[in-house]
Design a protein around this ligand. Structure first.
Ligand SMILES: NC(=O)c1ccc[n+]([C@@H]2O[C@H](COP(=O)([O-])OP(=O)(O)OC[C@H]3O[C@@H](n4cnc5c(N)ncnc54)[C@H](OP(=O)(O)O)[C@@H]3O)[C@@H](O)[C@H]2O)c1
Length: 216
């Protein structure tokens, strides 16, 4: 398959990239700074191919050209630990959808966060409400705008993964999945397992137009 991957220099995106290359896919990645991507490590003893494009998700016109010949888009965009005002999810998301439509690409896998759903009883606690939510309020605000755009999008087969707290621990392949709300008692997931779930969604229709939360 020909995959377009966004956020490959980030911690989750890099895990996704490694899996895609291992599985022999051709991957085009859009990165802001090519020096941040250790391609030698990714391509060691693997069969897939990586095509690197430098740019930003906010450069909408160029994105249409970049997406040419791709079969599927995966977005692992994020802001790291930064909580400045951002539009990478909402405006970035609009740009993704419009470039997908221009290239007749049907499927999108994207990430927001389990914490943006205020109706989830699993995330209604003092620490998350008083510390984490206020500290990342601008990020969650833009992720919420992105999910609202997705809710109105019926012509694209999107899957919006909502992870809880992300760790850099290794792959286990053993996690629980629930639509919208975090599995009971689940608090975290490793980026390697998040990548595993994303890879599994490439050939599955189970969570199309859904917002699965994955956790141990
Ligand atoms: N951390 C958590 O505990 C947690 C919990 C729940 C959900 N999430 C969500 O999970 C997702 C993945 O998180 P992560 O920590 O693994 O990712 P991350 O390390 O923050 O990586 C974010 C990626 O997005 C790229 N990016 C940012 N702005 C861009 C732009 N304008 N154009 C192109 N690329 C851009 C970054 O590029 P650069 O390398 O150039 O900066 C980087 O590759 C995020 O959406 C995050 O909000 C995180």
């Amino acid at each position: 398959m020909k995959i377009f991957l966004l956020g490959a220099t980030g911690s989750t995106g890099y895990e996704v990239l490694k899996r895609l290359v291992q599985d022999n896919h051709t991957v085009k990645v859009l990165v802001r700074n090519r020096a941040k991507l250790n391609l030698a490590e990714v391509q060691q003893s693997v069969k897939g191919k990586v095509v690197l494009i430098e740019g930003s998700i906010l450069e909408s016109d160029k994105l249409k050209e970049h997406f040419k010949d791709s079969d599927l888009v995966i977005s692992a965009l994020g802001t790291g630990t930064n909580n400045d005002y951002t539009e990478i999810y909402s405006q970035g998301g609009r740009n993704i959808l419009s470039a997908m439509r221009a290239n007749q690409i049907r499927k999108l896998i994207t990430i927001t966060s389990g914490l943006i759903d205020m109706s989830d009883p699993s995330t209604d606690n003092f620490f998350l409400n008083r510390i984490i939510r206020p500290n990342f309020n601008k990020v969650y605000y833009d992720q919420t705008r992105w999910e609202t755009i997705l809710d109105e999008t019926k012509d694209i087969d999107w899957i919006c993964v909502r992870p809880p707290y992300l760790t850099n621990k290794g792959f286990t392949g053993k996690y629980r999945v629930q639509h919208k709300h975090c599995p009971k008692g689940g608090r975290k997931i490793s980026r390697a397992d998040l990548a595993d779930f994303i890879i599994k969604q490439m050939n599955s229709s189970e969570y199309i137009h859904k917002k699965p939360v994955i956790a141990y």
